[in-house]
Design a protein around this ligand. Structure first.
Ligand code: GTP
Ligand code: MG
Length: 138
């Protein structure tokens, strides 16, 4: 059993889409084992996305992620990292498969509704960034 970090981004919380998005995770067999709604500071958003600090869109990404509340959550299931990314769809909604979260809800490559960890090591780091062990309740 595997765990991954999921973030419902500001474009989605703003449009009241958290329930519809989480229904897709749960329908795919992923279990929400931790969840909270927070408003990131620009410094916190910058730290979370520090791996992208040299990319041209970094400033825009950090500003967006700190613009309004997000829902951070831990999803658990068989192959949760890959399954989550499958349910999210491609980064650019124009390239996302039918039925994925980004195809159905994302506004653009930047405002693409969800984040998901991309590998076991980053999942571990990203979960620890937001949650203590006590907050994970399988
Ligand atoms: P995450 O799950 O959010 O990490 O998405 P990803 O793994 O599909 O994409 P990646 O890690 O390459 O990029 C991280 C995030 O940066 C994306 O989800 C977008 O929100 C944003 N991003 C990526 N490419 C662009 C871009 O060309 N323009 C803008 N404005 N944002 C981008
Ligand atoms: Mg990524």
């Amino acid at each position: 059993i595997e765990r991954t970090l999921s973030i419902i981004k500001p474009d989605a919380t703003r449009r009241n889409l958290t329930g519809k998005i989480n229904a897709k995770f749960e329908d795919a067999g992923l279990r929400i084992v931790a969840q909270k709604r927070i408003h990131l500071s620009p410094a916190q958003a910058g730290q979370f996305y520090v791996v992208h600090k040299d990319r041209p869109f970094y400033g825009e990404l950090v500003e967006f992620m700190a613009s309004e509340p997000v829902v951070v959550q831990v999803l658990e299931g068989e192959n949760a990292i890959a399954k989550n990314r499958e349910v999210m769809g491609a980064t650019n909604p124009a390239q996302a498969d039918a039925g994925t979260i980004r195809k159905d809800f994302a506004l653009s490559v930047g405002e693409n509704s969800v984040h998901g960890s991309d590998a076991p090591e980053t999942a571990k780091e990203e979960i620890a960034f937001f949650f203590s062990g006590l907050e994970l309740v399988g």
